[in-house]
Design a protein around this ligand. Structure first.
Ligand code: AMP
Length: 401
């Protein structure tokens, strides 16, 4: 039975947004959820879902603290007193755990200070994450808070995969290594894939493609990651909605010398004006598809670059793992776009990798197999659920405290 003592509030403070869910960690049943957008702008907006009710608010929200205050008021309006509910825990998504945090961590003053100290590595994300934690500590005194780090799953990557081939002293001084991101999703999805197949994760070699607006790949052996595509920051690896993924680092020096690009301009180019958006003018795959169907050549090329990069990582991870048992697609594009899945894996039957067209284009949205039943490699689509993974992690930490 769902009582408020079983519920966990999950909070994800982005650079200008707050996503939240109140849910029951065992069943995954969601009691309420919502989104605060465009924090710091004049047209901030809040959408709060509670049962069948949807409440909307608009008007300037100056900062994350004010956004959370407004969320708490909306809970009140729908008859749910968060402060009096005796929640089990609050779980916070924190983007960068650096070399410090490698598992879900109970929040203390020192933990918050360390998250802030790691802001150099994630300047857009760690500060709002810390503000979110501080604000909720004030709003819900006495409710245990747990920080769940996006980098944690990849903390123990093998040194050969985590190390950049630059001067060791420079790397050590500036904390330069592959950290990896989307770790909560990769961990959750690799666990769900094994569960779906009824297999022990320890026996499996898995490749996971988390393809959303941000995109990353991981190679997982025996339940532990051995490589991942994102690096010191979430810029490396696959082609994304607005980020380029892998680049010749010499391009940056060239832009500085030949074009007078400074660090801010390069940052803007790489974070907001590259990837599908940079190549085709749109970052949403549904719009990209419409452009391709209308004969737009830039859109076609952007799609081909996207798929080419996926196949490059597939090949690399196939070899790193010494073969593969399961390939899983997840997140917005991975779950919803059958063309990307089919094209990424086309022509690989010699490796036991096949996609069944009918299964691949089915309307089913639950975890499912899209390879023929007798194919040696299981190709799956598994919906990710980072909120549930964070709620379960927070609940676990509170139970064992
Ligand atoms: P995420 O970051 O996981 O929320 O994924 C967002 C991206 O998923 C969007 O920018 C779209 O490119 C893609 N996406 C979401 N829904 C669909 C859909 N029904 N069909 C194709 N692509 C989708």
């Amino acid at each position: 039975m769902t009582t408020s003592e079983n519920l966990v509030l999950v909070i994800n403070c982005g650079s200008s947004s707050i996503k939240y869910q109140l849910l029951e960690p065992q069943s995954g049943e969601v009691a309420a959820s919502g989104l605060v957008e465009r924090i710091g702008e004049d047209d901030s907006a809040v959408e709060h879902h509670c049962g069948r009710r949807v409440l909307e608010r608009s008007g300037r929200i100056p900062d994350h603290r004010a956004g959370l205050q407004q969320v708490f008021e909306l809970f009140d309006e729908t008859g749910f007193d968060l402060a009096g509910a005796g929640l089990r825990a609050v779980g916070h998504r924190v983007v960068h755990g650096g070399e410090v945090f490698h598992e879900p961590t109970p929040v203390t003053d020192e933990v918050v200070a360390t998250i802030l100290a790691l802001a150099d590595l994630a300047p857009l994300h760690n500060p709002p994450n810390a503000i979110g934690i501080e604000s909720v500590r004030e709003l819900l005194p006495g409710v245990p808070q747990v920080a769940v780090f996006d980098t944690a799953f990849f903390f123990h990557l093998p040194a050969a995969a985590a190390t950049y081939a630059i001067d060791r002293k420079v790397a050590a001084e500036y904390g330069i290594r592959r950290y990896g991101f989307h770790g909560t999703s990769h961990e959750y999805v690799s666990g769900r894939a094994a569960e779906f197949l009824g297999r022990d994760p320890k026996q499996l070699r898995q490749i996971i493609f988390h393809l959303g607006n941000g995109a990353s790949a991981s190679a997982v052996r025996g339940g532990r990651p051995i490589d991942t595509s994102m690096g010191l920051t979430p810029l490396e690896g696959l082609v994304m909605g607005t980020r380029p993924g892998d680049l010749d680092p010499g391009i940056l020096g060239h832009l500085a010398h030949a074009g007078g690009f400074d660090v801010e301009r390069i940052d803007e180019l790489l974070n907001r004006e590259s990837g599908l958006k940079g190549m085709a003018g749109v970052n949403d795959f549904r719009e990209l598809r419409r452009l391709i169907d209308a004969g737009d050549e830039n859109a076609r090329l952007a799609y081909d670059v996207y798929v080419h990069r996926l196949r490059r990582y597939l090949g690399a991870y196939l070899v790193a793992l010494g073969g593969v048992d399961v390939i899983t697609f997840t997140a917005g594009v991975g779950e919803n776009n059958p063309d990307v899945r089919a094209d990424a894996l086309a022509g690989l039957s010699a490796f036991g990798i096949e996609v069944d067209q009918e299964l691949n284009t089915s309307e089913d949205r639950s975890a499912r197999r899209i390879s023929p039943p007798d194919a040696p490699v299981a190709v799956l689509v598994v919906p990710t659920n980072e909120e549930l993974a964070i709620a379960r992690a927070a609940s676990r930490v509170v139970t064992s405290a």
